[in-house]
Each structure stands twice: as C-alpha cells, then as structure tokens.
Ligand binder design. Structure first.
Ligand SMILES: [Mg+2]
Length: 372
C-alpha cells in the first residue's frame, strides 16, 4: 500500500512526509517514489529526496509521459459524469471541474475505457512493441477489469467489443478491428497516444505504421487509422516542443505524403477541414462532438488551438457535450503534453482514482522507453 502525499512544495523547501510504507510525493516541480526510511514523521529537503531516489523510480513532473497520460485521464474524468449530454445543456450548466455520478453513477475522479485502454497500451509498451501483447491487455481489461478505476468496466464501444470478441476467437490482432465504414467510432483514437512516445526512436514513416497497427486491433478502417496517424504526428510535434498551431500545421503536413497513397488517398476528403490548416477558424457551431472519429479529432484539435491552458482546453472539450469523456481525453492528451503536468489543476489531479498507479506506470514507461 502506498501513502500518497500531494502538495504545493517547491524544490528546496522542507516537506512533511507521511509515515510507514513506500510513499509517492508530488509537488509543483517534482515528485518522487521512494522506500520508507523512518517510522515516524520527519521533514526532509525535497532536493535530498530527489537525490536519494536517483537509483529508484524518481521522475520529474516535467516528464512528457506523465503529462500525456495524466492529460488523457483528467480530460476523461471531467467528461464521464456528463457523457451523452446535449451541448445546450452544457451551455446552461457548464462543467467547471471534477464532478461525480451523473451518466454512469460513478464517484468523482472516475476515468473510463479511454484511460483504461490507454494505460493497457502504455503498460504493454513497457515490455516492447507487440500487437499480441497489447491485444491481450485489452482483453484482460474487458474480462478481468484490468486497469479499471474501481474494478468494473462500465463503458465500452460497440466496435471495440466486437473486435475483442474476435480476438478471443483467435483472430490475429492486426485483423481483429472492424473494416466497415460504420466502424469509424473514436475507439482507437481515444487510446492511441502512448504510441507517440516512439517519436524519439522511430522515423515518421515507422511511427505512423506502428500507429496504424495499434488502431487496427479494434479499428481497422483506413479512416480510423488515418485519424490516429494525424493525431500522433501532431502529438510528436508537441513532444518536440512546437506550439499547438505549429504542431497542427507541421504534424498535418508531415503525413500528407503517406496519406496520398492507397488505401488512404480516397479518405483524404474526410480530413479536408483538418488539412486546410484553418480548422481553428471555424465557429463552434461547425464543430461536432459525437462519437465519430473525424468529429473527435477535429473537436480536440479545435479545443487545443482555441485555448490558452490545459484547463481551458479540456473544459471547452467537455462542454461541447456529446461524447464528452472521449473529446476530453483526446484533447487532454495533447494539452497535457504542451502545457505539462504542472499545469493540470492540482485539485483535479488529487481526485483522480488510482493516482499512485498512474504515476508509477508513467515512471515505468519513461524508464523503458528512454533509459537505454
Ligand atoms: Mg469512455
């Protein structure tokens, strides 16, 4: 059992730590994960903790892995209580922070399938890239409630369910996803972000190919693959430090050639508003926030491009109504990368279910991807 301490301490300031057991401490500037060394309260300099933890699981809150995973999860949790609500309702009663109950009667801080499958993917990548392992992890979520906030699956998309049944019948992962035009819900886009962490080690063509493979496990239509590819290309630009508008323009441009080839070229018209470079100039009335993969990609980019903070971006996304948790999660992943973990309101992070497990997973993936 982990003790959890969340506070607004600065590096160099004294900090009171909880007693007993391993503990995770989070601050605005850094956090660490360490073994206990005293059975009573003591104060210790944070920089000393950081030093102590060099050999352990220390990671900085500036970690882009943590920023991205927490960005997805908080955006998801903001949207869960009001999923399927109408935009008019959100205008009348906007979401302003973490709430609970509502659509699925879940307590505040509950995240849904978007985050569960993102965490399954992230954890699988800790052991290397294997579509078989990713698919197995998704099935474990479905059947054994693995990586769920409270031990129960309460939300699953139709295309994802159908693909998981096919996997259980022995269909290979890269052939399991639906291929019909009706199988273009946002179910692969909502969980794809961890693939972007390969941007440091793969060239763009390989990065996008891997993205398509991960989409195909549940969503194999070229349109869903493309939506994921565009999103990952933009995320890779944000990870390299570009600002949102530049990342949107360059990320889109970088995949134009790949998507000018079959089987993707015939899908280009569906992404015309994104490739125009002017998506952000559309009025909100033109932005759909339903479960269609192109709607979710457009809405998330539009929210990112028309906001000036993590909180503003995800609240804008959730208050579009409709598929609120997924629009929040997809927006939140990009906004988390750009604005960073420290920009996510502390009072929201503190309410997130299984926060210690998410931080631990982020550390593991960061180490697996970048330590060698
Ligand atoms: Mg969901």
């Amino acid at each position: 059992m982990l003790n959890f301490s969340y506070g607004g301490f600065n590096t160099g300031n004294a900090l009171q730590l909880p007693t007993g057991g391993p503990c995770i401490c989070i601050g605005r500037y850094n956090y660490c994960h360490r073994q206990p060394r005293a059975d009573k309260l003591f104060s210790v300099d944070v920089s000393a903790i950081a030093f102590d933890c060099q050999a352990g699981a220390i990671m900085q809150s500036s970690s882009k892995v943590l920023s991205a995973l927490m960005g997805v999860c908080v955006g998801d949790a903001l949207g869960v209580p009001v999923e399927f609500s109408r935009r008019a309702e959100r205008i009348k009663l906007p979401i302003l922070g973490i709430t609970g109950y509502g659509t699925y009667n879940q307590p505040p801080g509950t995240w849904s399938d978007d985050s569960s499958l993102t965490f399954c993917l992230a954890e699988s990548l800790c052991a290397g890239f294997s579509p078989e392992e990713i698919a197995e992890s998704f099935c474990r979520w479905f059947r054994q409630a693995y990586w769920t906030p409270h031990g129960r699956v309460f939300d699953i998309g139709n295309a994802t369910r159908a693909a998981l049944y096919r996997l259980e019948r022995g269909v290979p992962p890269l052939e399991a996803g639906g291929t019909s035009e009706q199988s273009n819900g946002n179910g692969s886009l909502m969980r794809i972000l961890p693939v972007a962490f390969y941007h440091k080690t793969l060239d763009l063509s390989s990065l996008i190919q891997r993205t398509h493979q991960v989409s195909r496990i549940t969503h194999a239509h070229p349109r869903s693959q493309m939506a994921c590819g565009i999103y990952i290309s933009i995320a890779a630009c944000l990870l390299r430090g570009l600002a949102p508008k530049q990342a949107y323009l360059e990320g889109g441009q970088n995949v134009r050639e790949i998507y000018s080839q079959p089987p993707y070229a015939s899908e280009l018209a569906n992404f015309q508003r994104i490739f125009s470079g002017k998506l952000d100039e559309l009025p909100v009335s033109e932005i759909q926030s339903d479960g269609y993969v192109v709607s979710t990609l457009e809405a998330s980019l539009w929210c990112l491009l028309n906001s000036s903070s993590y909180a503003k971006a995800v609240l804008k996304a959730v208050n579009l109504g409709g598929d609120t948790d997924t629009t929040g999660a997809v927006t939140g992943g990009l906004a988390g990368i750009f604005y960073g973990f420290d920009s996510i309101p502390q009072e929201w992070v503190a309410q997130i279910a299984r926060i210690d497990d998410i931080i631990e997973l982020s550390g593991r993936l960061e180490a697996a991807l970048y330590s060698s």
